[in-house]
Design a protein around this ligand. Structure first.
Ligand SMILES: [Zn+2]
Length: 244
């Protein structure tokens, strides 16, 4: 049974009921539904804890997808005792919200970075404090401050962030919509999720986002790195004022 991905329709859920569907020999826990985002698309998997029927708690270090089944694997932290857990147990998922919210803010900021720099994206990564995108830019002619100013403008404009879905075929007919060459949008279910930011950006994405761009807070370009003839790695981070 595939885990219902509750974070996809509501990225602000921090708690949910779920049932244990499988416990692997390596300790990985599978659930019928979850608010934990699994590592993917450059965004790290979520951590948090599972509250057991007997009041006990299992700390979850990260979440990732099973390579074969695509199901979500909740990976207990080192030294957690899972002996008391059985299939069919009703548990409560508690998300580590402070860590996830930073991912959501920086991930949404990367969408804006791809608007500020309308060039093909070749890679990306989101962290707690910093995020980056790699671009193919034939003739770079901007400074860190130029990009920071463009980002600030879009963040302060407080654009709404919304989702919609199209079919695989509709996406195939609009290849220009896919900015990220290295990370293809999640397919296979016959439909693809689109993330729209105001009227400035529309692209397929399976990650978690804030609902208004002002929630991102102040960010700045910390570094522009040369990663080859045309490749530029642009790093952003929270400005000191919004580093909460
Ligand atoms: Zn996204």
């Amino acid at each position: 049974m595939t885990c219902e991905a509750l974070f996809r329709s509501d990225s602000y859920l921090t708690i949910c009921d779920a049932k244990v569907t499988e416990i692997r020999e390596d300790g990985a826990i599978l659930l019928d539904r979850s608010i934990f985002y699994p590592t993917g698309g450059g965004q790290p998997g979520d951590c948090g804890s599972l509250e057991l029927p007997n009041g006990g708690k299992i700390e979850i270090a990260t979440t990732r997808k099973d390579r074969e089944s695509g199901d979500n694997l909740h990976i207990p932290a080192e030294g957690q005792n899972t002996d008391g857990l059985k299939v069919s147990d009703a548990i409560v998922c508690h998300l580590d919200w402070s860590s996830r919210y930073r991912h959501m803010r920086l991930h949404t900021a990367l969408h804006l970075l791809s608007v500020a720099l309308p060039y093909p994206v070749t890679g990306g990564q989101v962290g707690q404090d910093e995020a980056r995108l790699d671009f193919n830019i034939p003739e770079p002619n901007f400074t860190k401050d130029d990009i920071t100013a463009k980002l600030s403008e879009m963040i302060e404009a407080d654009h709404g962030v919304s989702e919609s879905w199209i079919t695989d075929e509709e996406l195939d007919a609009k290849p220009e919509m896919v900015k990220t060459m290295s990370v293809q949008p999640p397919r296979g279910a016959g439909r693809v999720r689109l993330i729209q930011i105001g009227d400035i950006d529309l692209q397929p994405c399976g990650g978690t986002h804030v609902s208004q761009t002002a929630e991102i807070g102040a960010v700045e370009v910390s570094k522009i790195e040369n990663k080859g003839k045309q490749n530029r790695r642009i790093r952003i981070r929270f400005s000191a004022s919004s580093d909460t």
